[in-house]
Design a protein around this ligand. Structure first.
Ligand SMILES: [Zn+2]
Length: 101
């Protein structure tokens, strides 16, 4: 038995959906029943452009971070967090270069 993270009642670990509140379980998310999760893809794109267009990374990885959180996707959370941090650093660098002149 596992505990539903939405209503905290006991449900079967094989259930894809909670019997009580209807929320998709971790097993269900693994079967692709959960909310859309492009977080890894968004994180990779975010990382690739974070050094060049940090503002777009904020948008992409912001959405990626949200999707990863909804799906308890730790890899997605990690990659989007890194992308956001790099984009903040490169944004500061661009601003520094701009005001230095
Ligand atoms: Zn539930």
């Amino acid at each position: 038995m596992i505990i539903c993270d939405s209503c905290n009642r006991e449900i079967s670990e094989n259930a894809y959906v909670c019997d009580f509140c209807g929320k998709v379980t971790i097993a269900g998310k693994k079967m692709g029943l959960g909310p859309k999760d492009y977080s890894i893809l968004l994180g990779i794109f975010g990382l690739l452009i974070s050094l060049f267009i940090p503002l777009i990374t904020w948008g992409l990885s912001g959405v990626g971070y949200k999707q990863a959180k909804e799906n308890s996707n730790n890899k997605g959370l990690a990659i989007n967090t890194v992308a956001i941090i790099i984009s903040i650093i490169s944004m500061i660098y661009y601003l520094y270069q701009y005001f230095k002149r």
